[in-house]
Design a protein around this ligand. Structure first.
Ligand SMILES: NC(=O)c1ccc[n+]([C@@H]2O[C@H](COP(=O)([O-])OP(=O)(O)OC[C@H]3O[C@@H](n4cnc5c(N)ncnc54)[C@H](OP(=O)(O)O)[C@@H]3O)[C@@H](O)[C@H]2O)c1
Length: 207
C-alpha cells in the first residue's frame, strides 16, 4: 500500500514557486512556516525533485527518523548536497541506467521509467514496503505536477502569499499542462484559513 501523500507548497498569488531566475524566495509567512514545520515533523518521508536539490539545496531533516527521497532520473544530485549528508537517511531514486557513488546513509535505487521520468508509482510501492505511512511532497513544480496529474496524492495544501512574482517563473504545476478540459486536474475543496497576510488552501484528491 502506498503512503498517505500530502503535497505542500507556498506560491505567489499568480501561482509561482520561485523567482524568474529560478532562485528560491521566501513566500511563507511566519504562521505558515510554523505550520510547515509541524507538517514535516508529522511524516515518515519527504520527497523532492532533483531540480529543487540543485536550486535550493534543502536539508529536509526535521528529525533523524525521516527518510528523504530525491527523484533523479540521471543521477544529477550533487555530491555535496545537504541531502547527501546523513543522518537522516536519503533514498535517491534513479532511472534504470543511471548510477551514483553514494556516501553511507544514502540508498541509491534504480527504478523503471514512466515516460522520461522515474516511475513514481514504483517509488511509492517501495516506501510502502519500508512501512512509511505518511509522505510529504515538497516540490518543485515539475514533481508536484506529476503527482497531481496521476492522482497520486491525498491532500494538497497551498499557502497563497500576498505577493505577485509574474513572468515565466516555475509554477505550482510546471510541465506540459492541460490542452483539453479532460486534462485538467480536478480537486475537492476542504478548507481555507488566513495565515498572516496570506491564505492556506486545502484540497483533497477526489474519489
Ligand atoms: N515555493 C515552494 O513551495 C517551493 C518548494 C520546492 C521548490 N520550489 C522551487 O521549485 C523550483 C524547482 O522546481 P522544478 O520543477 O525545476 O524541479 P523539481 O520539480 O524539483 O524537479 C524536477 C526534476 O526531477 C526529476 N524527476 C525524476 N523523476 C521525476 C518524476 N517522476 N516527476 C517529476 N520529476 C522527476 C527530473 O529531472 P531529471 O530528468 O534530471 O531526473 C525533473 O526535471 C526551484 O526554483 C525551487 O526554488 C519552490
Amino acid at each position: 500500500m502506498r503512503p498517505y501523500v500530502t503535497i505542500n507548497a507556498a506560491m505567489s498569488l499568480d501561482g509561482r514557486l520561485a523567482l524568474n531566475t529560478g532562485e528560491q524566495t521566501r513566500l511563507s509567512s511566519d504562521e505558515d512556516m510554523a505550520r510547515v514545520k509541524e507538517l514535516r515533523n508529522s511524516v515518515g518521508a519527504i520527497l523532492v525533485g532533483v531540480g529543487t536539490v540543485i536550486s535550493d539545496d534543502p536539508r529536509l531533516s526535521p528529525n533523524e527518523d525521516v527518510v528523504r527521497i530525491v527523484l533523479d532520473t540521471n543521477g544529477r544530485t550533487p555530491e555535496d548536497a545537504l541531502v547527501m549528508k546523513a543522518p537522516p537517511r536519503t533514498l535517491i531514486a534513479l532511472g534504470p541506467t543511471a548510477s551514483m557513488d553514494a556516501p553511507e546513509g544514502v540508498i541509491v535505487r534504480n527504478y523503471p521509467l514512466d515516460g522520461d521520468l522515474v516511475d513514481i508509482r514504483m517509488v511509492l510501492r517501495d516506501l510502502g514496503a519500508m512501512d512509511i505511512r505518511e509522505m510529504l511532497v515538497e516540490g518543485g513544480g515539475t514533481v508536484i505536477s506529476e503527482f497531481l496529474r496521476r492522482g497520486l496524492f491525498d491532500v494538497l495544501q497551498v499557502f497563497v502569499a500576498d505577493r505577485i512574482i509574474g513572468g515565466k517563473a516555475v509554477s505550482l504545476a510546471t510541465g506540459e499542462g492541460a490542452f483539453t478540459m479532460d486534462d485538467m486536474v480536478d480537486l475537492e475543496f476542504v478548507e481555507s484559513r488566513r495565515l498572516d497576510g496570506g491564505v492556506l488552501l486545502v484540497y483533497r484528491c477526489p474519489g
